[in-house]
Ligand binder design. Structure first.
Ligand code: HEM
Length: 465
């Protein structure tokens, strides 16, 4: 460690890891007091000293200088680990020419124009599933919503990006969808220990839960390919030809990318497209269950402003809906914290502090987005009105906070999320359908739990009101 930034002593990180403290708990108790004062802190993670940034000016400096602080994922950090096996070398982690290649292939398929008809139908079906399940549950108990939202998210991703109907909404036992939950369950035990001592993962075969995780990862990899290989013998219809899978399959056929890069990108996108959305929607429902006045106002806005055959433009014009989405993703950024950049050279953060070459650099969206120095004394409160009242004001505030580094849910600059436009519309459509068809509150006996190891997981129990 060098420079004048504060640090968390090694034994504290170790002590918390051994006690199984999740990322959010570690952030709130250990990192926050220092990041809110200094904007950055050194701590021991994954077998090395890393710097985590939360000060907006530091974040924008690093995001703007991707050539100096380069993207680097699990394959560079822990190449023998379970996540490296699943995600390999992919568009999110790649750097320089490799990233340009992946991006040139996949971007047109991720950012293509799309219609929301099927998204609306799948979201209606989700509302119906909630209602059916509430009816089957004893009247004073809530329904845990996460499994249903996950089925919806996987189903939407399958259709919009893989051009397959996975049937998850019709059937609760689609193997590809279930595998992610099983993977989460198998990485959570011992997760913090493996995070602190990645070297242990070289001995993965000694730990039954890790052996299971490796087997699940291999099953996910082959199932995604199995679900999509039929496209090779049945060319896509003209309206589907621009879906991401077809760009990837053409690139593999032409030899522009290898089989390994093809699979790495598919696996990574499958995780990024589903897990983030699951977390975003369950978080929004949780806050709307706690803030029934906002849920009611949203219902009024949707019922008064949307016709039955509404379009993406209609949804994106609703002010409260936009503010609810931005505010949810501010307080609950699905990728809350990541250490996935490597300083290829010394990187000055300002006139005093320099990140030395060779350092792993992380960012905490949760940290900056709940920092009172950035968002004011009510930073931790859910308050959509902070974004403004008209759609122009709200969208301007969203753009401004992103460019200033105050809001990094989708990261920023050249490596900003390519799926953010789709993700925001997807989130808004499902909220429209939910408020139109269901009203809900939180089960009073239920305590929200969040355990964050490598994949976010959260469980919500909500009740029809
Ligand atoms: C609420 C939902 C989502 C959130 C919060 C989110 C967030 C992020 C973040 C933080 C990054 C940067 C990661 C890093 O710095 O390592 C990222 C990158 C990316 N995301 Fe998303 N994402 C979401 C949904 C999606 C969806 C639905 C897709 C498309 C299927 C997608 C595709 C991508 C891609 C391709 C990148 C890499 C961009 C690049 O480096 O060029 N994301 N996302």
């Amino acid at each position: 460690r060098t420079g004048k930034l504060p640090f968390i002593p090694f034994h504290i990180s170790l002590y918390d890891a051994l006690r199984g403290v999740g990322k959010t708990g570690f952030y709130d108790n250990r990192l926050r007091p220092l990041t809110e004062k200094y904007g950055a802190v050194w701590y021991w993670s994954a077998g090395r000293w890393v710097v985590i940034l939360t000060k907006p000016s530091y974040l924008t400096r690093v995001f703007r200088n991707e050539q100096t602080v380069s993207k680097a994922g699990f394959i560079k950090k822990v190449p023998w680990g379970v996540f490296a096996r699943l995600m390999g070398e992919n568009i999110i982690d790649a750097h320089d020419d490799q990233w340009k290649l992946f991006s040139s292939i996949m971007k047109p398929g991720i950012q293509r124009p799309f219609t929301i008809d099927s998204l609306v139908q799948k979201s209606e079906k989700l509302a119906q599933l909630f209602l059916e399940n509430q009816e089957q549950t004893s009247s004073n108990m809530g329904v845990t919503i996460d499994p249903f939202v996950h089925r919806w998210a996987v189903s939407v991703f399958g259709e919009y990006f893989l051009d397959v109907e996975l049937g998850c909404l019709e059937n609760a036992h689609v193997r590809l969808e279930q595998l992610i939950g099983e993977l989460n369950d198998s990485v959570i035990p011992l997760g913090p220990i493996f995070t602190e001592f990645p070297i242990l993962e070289r001995l993965w075969w000694l730990f039954p839960a890790r052996r299971r995780a490796f087997a699940l990862v291999d099953e996910i990899d082959s199932l995604i390919v199995a679900h999509t290989e039929h496209h090779l013998s049945n060319p896509p219809s003209p309206e589907n030809v621009n879906k991401m899978i077809h760009f990837l399959q053409r690139a593999r056929l032409e030899g522009t990318i290898s089989e390994w890069h093809y699979r790495s990108n598919l696996n990574m996108m499958f995780i990024a497209g589903n897990e983030n959305m699951l977390f975003a929607v369950t978080s929004a429902m949780w806050e709307l269950a706690k803030n029934l006045n906002i849920q009611d106002d949203l219902r009024k806005e949707v019922n008064c402003s949307l016709s039955s055959d509404y379009s993406a433009n209609d949804v994106n014009a609703l002010p409260l809906l936009a503010a609810v989405a931005y505010e949810t993703l501010r307080l609950y950024p699905p990728l809350s914290q990541f250490i996935n950049r490597l300083a290829l050279d010394d990187m000055p953060l300002d006139d005093v502090h320099v990140i030395p070459k060779g350092t792993w650099v992380g960012w905490s969206a949760y940290g900056v987005q709940t920092d009172p120095n950035v968002w004011g004394p009510r930073a931790k409160e859910f308050d959509p009105s902070r974004w403004g009242s008209t759609i122009e004001e709200i969208n301007d505030a969203f753009r401004l906070h992103q460019s200033k580094g105050n809001y990094i849910t989708f990261n920023g600059y050249t490596r900003r999320c390519l799926g953010s436009g789709f993700a925001l519309t997807q989130m808004k459509v499902v909220l429209c359908e939910l408020v139109k068809k269901v009203s809900w509150t939180k089960d009073p006996s239920y305590q929200l739990t969040t355990t964050v190891v490598s994949l976010n997981s959260q469980s919500n129990q909500l009740k029809r009101s």
